[in-house]
Design a protein around this ligand. Structure first.
Ligand SMILES: [Cu+2]
Length: 569
């Protein structure tokens, strides 16, 4: 582990700017509290806040200055009252804990990490300080009862839950050394200096950071460890984008129980299913209200899905008679058109209108919206589960004086705002690579999630790619039903969507879109035409050599071994 004091003279640190809307605190034990700005998350609360009860607040911001963003991120364990956890008392059975990223200057833990904002080409320096408690399961040889001791990183199950690291999801940066290296582990009490340098030809956009230590990813993300990474520039300077009111929305789903005390019997296949008793939040707030919107004014929402398992299906409709209820399980006609200007931080060539936007865990979408009529609106989210908890995630009040003429919605972005298209590129290798994602909920957990019939092994390289190669990969999923998706994610290099058995991805509006997470649907068709669901993608393995990973972004699947090592050489 690096000792930060050996890293040369300390430069001035970046300043923390408090989230708009004032201080937020964890008020988890007070589900009845209805005061504005209060953080009212609580698994026991079955009802939603009404319109105007909770004000929309953005996370704190740490901004780069003079070409560098230099900050500390301290990881702390907090209890339901937002108080730091006394490590002596940490192991009590049935306790609920949250984990928070705290930037320098931040005085209290918050449910969403600070937004880190920097420009293309800036140097990003983050001193990660792990202040979580030591556990019995430090990872070296603890093992669960009945299982032989194993080397920490080679265990494809939850382990070492207070060991961590930092992944810059979506940044096109080196996967080696102390850059975006997710194969390292920072133990409780240790500090580690991360440093990321983005190339000058990086496309600016909306990304996010979260831990990626194998065995603890699901637990850590589900208890609060997520924050937005915003690289500014590019399309931000285009008037139709610049004029829009910008808002960061980090969507999380909390499960606050720590599992270190879980008995071995609790490690069952059920753990792989996404928990349905959780609360979906925006910047840590349940159903907040955005106020002061004017008809004719455009909004730019930078949405980050920091979900650990469930997908989001978001639409915006006018509030019907019953506050807190969305009209349907699917976006109805008459919803406010959503105009994605970027997916996963990479601008689209042509801007289209959608009634509903689907985000898999890890996806981002930059949306432009314009409200033409005054009134109260609901931000709906329904993954068709029928669970009330998946209902509205926010409200909007459009009550200001009309802006005339209405602000424009951008319609297209030229090639300089994107990565060069590979769709008609003759250099893409003729030989396709096929990768199969499988799961089996029967016996045999934790061997039930696999890629190409194997579980993750940190000592095995699964995909070798020469630097500079342009390749087409076909990702397959042979799960029984179409809805049993696996969100595929690759670090470092994004990919371009070619084709899919999923009708949304094969829609003309998605042609040539760049992504870094794509949902691979399960099997489709009947009789002889039945086969695994698939997504066909193309990628250019440019600039960075080293070892990094592909994995399923249902994070319990990642911890369960649905991950492979890629080596670019
Ligand atoms: Cu999966």
């Amino acid at each position: 582990m690096n000792n930060p004091s050996n890293l040369g003279p300390k430069k001035p640190r970046s300043q923390l700017i408090s989230g708009i809307g004032g201080a937020l605190v964890f008020l988890l034990a007070a589900p009845q509290a209805a005061c504005a700005n209060a953080y009212t998350l609580g698994p026991q609360r079955a009802d939603l806040p009404g319109v105007g009860e909770v004000a929309f607040v953005e996370p704190d911001v740490v901004e780069a200055k003079g070409g560098s963003l230099d900050t500390e991120l301290e990881v702390v364990l907090v209890d339901q009252n937002g108080k730091p956890v006394d490590c002596e008392a940490y192991r009590s059975e049935g306790a609920r804990y949250y984990r928070a990223y705290m930037a320098e200057g931040q005085t209290e833990p918050k449910p969403t990490g600070p937004t880190l904002k920097f420009a293309r080409g800036d140097r990003l320096r983050i001193l990660l300080k792990n202040r979580m408690c030591k556990t019995d399961d430090e990872g070296s040889s603890a093992g669960f009862a009945g299982n032989p001791p194993q080397v920490s990183i080679n265990r494809n199950k939850e382990h070492g839950i207070n060991h961590t690291n930092l992944h810059t999801h979506g940044l096109w940066v080196s996967p080696a050394g102390n850059s975006d290296n997710v194969l390292i582990s920072v133990g409780p009490g240790k500090d580690f200096q991360f440093e990321y340098l983005s190339p000058e030809d990086h496309v600016p956009g909306t990304h996010w950071y979260h831990p990626h230590k194998h065995g603890s990813v699901a637990t850590q993300v589900q208890t609060g460890m997520s924050g937005a990474l915003i690289m500014t520039g590019g399309i931000d300077e285009i008037p139709a984008v610049k004029q829009a009111r910008e808002r960061v929305m980090v969507i999380q789903r909390f499960e606050a129980s720590d599992r270190i005390a879980a008995k071995p019997a609790a490690v069952t296949a059920d753990r792989l299913r996404f928990p349905e008793d959780q609360i979906t939040t925006v910047n840590g707030l349940r159903a907040p209200t955005i106020k002061g919107v004017a008809p004719g004014q455009t909004e730019r929402w930078r949405i980050v899905s920091a979900m650990a398992a469930a997908r989001l299906n978001i639409w915006v409709e006018k509030l019907q008679s019953r506050p807190g209820q969305c009209g349907a399980t699917q976006a109805p006609a008459g919803t406010v058109p959503l105009h994605p200007i970027a997916y996963d931080g990479i601008p689209v060539a042509k801007v289209h209108a959608w009634r509903e936007i689907r985000l898999y865990p890890g996806n981002r979408a930059d949306l432009i919206l314009r409200f033409d009529e005054p009134g109260t609106y609901v931000i709906c989210n329904n993954p068709r589960s029928g669970k009330p908890d998946f209902g509205p995630i926010g409200y909007l009040q459009v009550d200001q004086a009309r802006v005339e003429p209405p602000m424009p919605i951008p319609d297209a972005f030229g090639p300089k705002y994107r990565y060069p298209s590979l769709l008609d590129d003759g250099q893409v290798a003729k030989l396709q690579r096929q990768i199969l994602f499988s799961e089996d909920y029967g016996e045999g957990f934790p061997d039930s999630v696999r890629i190409d019939n194997k579980q993750f092994d940190p000592n095995r390289v699964d995909q070798r790619v020469p630097l500079g190669a342009k390749q087409e990969w076909v990702l397959k999923n042979d799960s029984e039903t179409e809805g049993d998706f696996h969100p595929y994610h690759i670090h470092v290099n994004p990919f371009q969507l070619v084709d899919s058995s999923d009708p949304i991805y094969s829609d003309d509006r998605m042609k040539g879109v760049w992504l870094d997470v794509v949902g691979i649907p399960g099997s489709t068709g009947t009789g002889e035409g039945r086969g695994p669901g698939y997504v066909k993608i193309r990628s250019h393995f440019k600039r960075f050599i080293g070892l990094y990973v592909i994995h399923c972004h249902i994070l319990s699947h990642e911890d369960g071994g649905m991950m492979q090592i890629v080596e670019v050489y």
